[in-house]
Design a protein around this ligand. Structure first.
Ligand code: MLT
Length: 417
């Protein structure tokens, strides 16, 4: 006989999760798209919403991964657990090509290979104290905010959707989608350049102002450079470490997802300079590298050997050329999107050094209205700006990641409504 216990479960949940807004932005979009598709089964939707790549992996990566699979099938070439920080041969090519060749003082030891910048930019909170004052832009990549909410670093969301306890730096057309330096002290500053979602970029002078602020305030900059490969202007910095002094105040996140088509394959890395310090509760200075190394060694078993061999091939002569071709392909999509949306009468931003085009929405509509309008009338999926924060209301984001045919068709459909 079964005994049914009527008593409620006793395990406690992390109540911080209950402060989160209904859904993470992209699953919420999928939910609406699925609901639309369920009642419009014959429509051919074009997805310019989530920034997920569509072109095949560069052949250099593919060949390297195939060779690595073959190695894994032999006794001599088999690999079990790899180093939690990533294989030295990958960390070395990254340090040389992405940093040292551009004059940045970053060593292979300071690179931590991982399975994604989304994970790293959330997990970094593990090694940072609860009392930090945290600054984020608005609009912002939602992961920075939600991971802080989950970790209990915020209060509740107010009616605008902004969380108490976070220091918001508004981005707007008026400030060129460049956050102003906070007038008060903040400890942690999330910056993303080229920016997701606005596509804005920062000059070296602009980054220097942030580095100077961080030095004056003993703050830490969490610099997300996941889209650096899309920068077209040689004068623009790809890394915050191009600015003197950034080694002492910044962590940088990089990703192979968008530049080399690794969204499904998963490989990224984070740079933690050995010179970075934080403060323990007793006031002692502690180096962040050691804490992150400890965190990764405990909670992460590394990226697979096969995928790391694929990532290494990005830095081969053919790999570099194939990545340039891939980036050019998506940037041509961005150019088409910019042009056509401009022709359709929308104000257009970004899309010149980033795979995201940020636009105003037509008068009389809010961001979700425009989402529904495009979905229903053009069968095109984009991302409502308000999903990136209260200050994103009135804006909309188009991703340039799709086939040329789909981008052209989407723009034609939008022109026709
Ligand atoms: C986006 O669309 O903003 C990106 O795909 C998100 C991500 O890279 O996690």
């Amino acid at each position: 006989m079964f005994v049914i216990h009527a008593s409620p479960p006793v395990v406690q949940v992390n109540s911080n999760y209950l402060k989160l807004k209904a859904g993470y932005l992209f699953p919420e979009i999928s939910r609406r798209v699925q609901a639309f598709s369920a009642s419009n089964s014959n429509t051919d939707l074009i997805r310019l919403g989530i920034g997920d790549v569509t072109e095949p992996l560069p052949s250099a990566c593919l060949e390297a991964m195939k060779a690595a699979i073959d190695e894994m099938g032999t006794s001599s070439g088999f690999h079990g657990y790899g180093p939690e920080q990533g294989y030295a041969w990958l960390r070395e090519v990254i340090a040389k090509n992405d940093f040292q060749d551009n004059g940045c003082d970053v060593s292979a030891e300071e690179i931590f290979v991982s399975d994604g910048s989304k994970c790293d930019s959330s997990n970094i909170l593990d090694i940072l104290g609860e009392g930090n004052i945290i600054a984020v832009t608005d609009p912002v990549y939602p992961v920075y905010v939600d991971s802080n909410v989950m970790a209990g670093r915020t209060g509740k969301a107010g009616s605008s959707g902004q969380y108490s306890g976070l220091f918001y730096l508004p981005l707007s057309e008026e400030n060129g989608f460049q956050a102003q330096l906070p007038e008060e002290h903040v400890d942690l500053i999330y910056l993303c350049f080229p920016n997701n979602p606005t596509g804005a970029v920062a000059s070296k002078e602009q980054l220097k102002r942030w580095v100077d602020y961080a030095h004056q305030n003993h703050s830490l900059i969490l610099f997300d450079a996941a889209y650096e490969a899309f920068i077209q202007d040689e004068e623009l910095p790809h890394s915050i470490y191009e600015v003197d002094g950034a080694r002492d105040c910044a962590i940088e996140f990089r990703s192979f997802s968008k530049k080399a088509g690794f969204t499904g394959t998963r490989c990224a890395f984070t740079v933690i300079p050995k010179t970075l310090k934080g403060k323990a509760a007793n006031g002692d200075l502690v180096d962040l590298w050691s804490l992150w190394n400890r965190r990764q060694s405990t909670k992460f078993n590394g990226v697979s050997y096969i995928v790391q061999r694929g990532a290494e091939a990005i830095y081969s002569r053919q790999g570099k050329q194939q990545v340039r071709n891939l980036v050019s392909f998506y940037m041509e999509n961005a150019r088409i999107i910019r042009q056509q949306l401009h022709n359709a009468g929308l104000k257009v931003y970004g899309g010149e050094h980033a795979p995201y085009v940020w636009t105003s929405v037509p008068k009389g509509m809010n961001s979700w209205d425009f989402f529904d309008h495009l979905l229903e009338k053009a069968n095109v999926v984009g991302t409502p700006g308000s999903g990136f924060g209260a200050a994103g209301e009135g804006y909309f984001r188009f991703s340039a990641f799709n086939t040329r045919e789909n981008v052209e068709m989407a723009m034609q459909r939008i022109a026709d409504i």
